[in-house]
Design a protein around this ligand. Structure first.
Ligand SMILES: Nc1ncnc2c1ncn2[C@@H]1O[C@H](COP(=O)(O)OP(=O)(O)OP(=O)(O)O)[C@@H](O)[C@H]1O
Ligand SMILES: Cc1ncc(COP(=O)(O)O)c(N)n1
Length: 271
């Protein structure tokens, strides 16, 4: 069994953040552990309150996991502030973290800021160089490169620019663009690989980015090469949105169950 760690915020309604990550880790046959950076009071209609944990508590959570249990992959989501980013970067360097996936969470689907604007530069400078892959969505990529992105060519140019900030690979997600397909662009500094999937016309997409990035981390942790890990994670998120739940009065969550894992073509006896 591989052990996966999520470093992210708690979403009280269970659709995004730590909760989505742990469900994804389980569904993909790995053992999930968590470091909570902030607690949000949140439901399918919005984020109502956010409380960051202090940096000592964030550091203590990371250290006590690494000092006891081998960690085969890490997903980083909501990090909230520059101080927390600095702490995470320091601890992960100290522990020699492997298979790190950074999802640069900035704003929730319900438009609530989950990262202090002043922390955007710290996120890129301190966490991107630790990442095997970073997974910005279109608005996050626009904030990082300070330019609008309207189509595939601009996505590729943005991926190039984000790669130059120090991430080994950039997975730029196209979920926020329009069209019959949701197209994502992976760039390794040398070539582009496109991942296409039919777009689901549903409002129930709460937690899609969290689910996708933790699926990539779980599959990297299980030993899949990056392109295969991303391809199977794309299949997983496609199914998780196809079975998303009509829950609450806003954007319902993606769904995780064993069958999705099987549909992504993964078998527990592979290892
Ligand atoms: N409506 C959809 N139908 C099919 N695939 C989708 C849809 N929306 C997003 N995706 C896919 O889900 C994955 C996550 O992309 P998305 O752009 O939604 O991330 P995100 O905005 O970071 O998510 P979140 O808002 O939860 O943080 C990508 O692979 C994207 O192509
Ligand atoms: C704790 C936490 N982390 C991440 C998200 C982003 O997810 P979404 O964009 O679907 O709201 C969120 N809403 N809450």
């Amino acid at each position: 069994m591989k052990n996966l760690l999520t470093i992210a915020g708690s979403d009280s309604c269970g659709g995004a953040g730590i909760q989505a990550d742990l469900k994804t880790f389980s569904a993909l046959g790995t053992y999930g552990m968590s470091v909570i950076t902030a607690v949000t009071a949140q439901n399918t209609t919005g984020v109502f309150m956010v409380r960051e944990l202090d940096v000592e508590m964030v550091a203590a959570q990371i250290r006590c996991i690494y000092e006891d249990i081998p960690v085969h992959g890490v997903k980083i989501g909501m990090v909230s502030s520059a101080a927390i980013i600095h702490t995470i970067a320091g601890c992960l360097k100290e522990k020699g973290a492997v298979h790190v996936v950074v999802d640069p969470v900035m704003v929730s689907k319900s438009k609530h800021k989950l990262l202090q604007p002043a922390a955007c530069d710290a996120l890129a400078q301190e966490l991107f160089p630790l990442a095997e892959v970073v997974t910005p969505n279109i608005p996050e990529a626009e904030a990082i490169i300070n330019r609008p992105i309207g189509g595939l060519e601009e996505m590729k140019e943005a991926a190039r620019q984000i790669h130059s900030l120090g991430a080994a690979n950039v997975m730029l997600k196209g979920g926020h663009l329009e069209g019959e397909e949701a197209v994502d662009v992976l760039y390794n500094g040398d070539e582009f690989v496109l991942f296409r999937g039919p777009r689901h016309f549903t409002r129930n997409t709460h937690g899609t980015g969290c689910t996708f990035s933790s699926a990539i981390a779980a599959l990297l942790g299980r030993g899949y090469p990056l392109v295969q890990a991303v391809g199977r994670a794309k299949e997983y998120i496609h199914n998780a949105i196809a079975h998303s739940l009509e829950l609450g009065q806003g954007a319902g969550p993606t769904h995780h169950f064993y069958e999705l894992y099987q549909r992504a073509g993964l078998h527990l006896d592979e290892e």
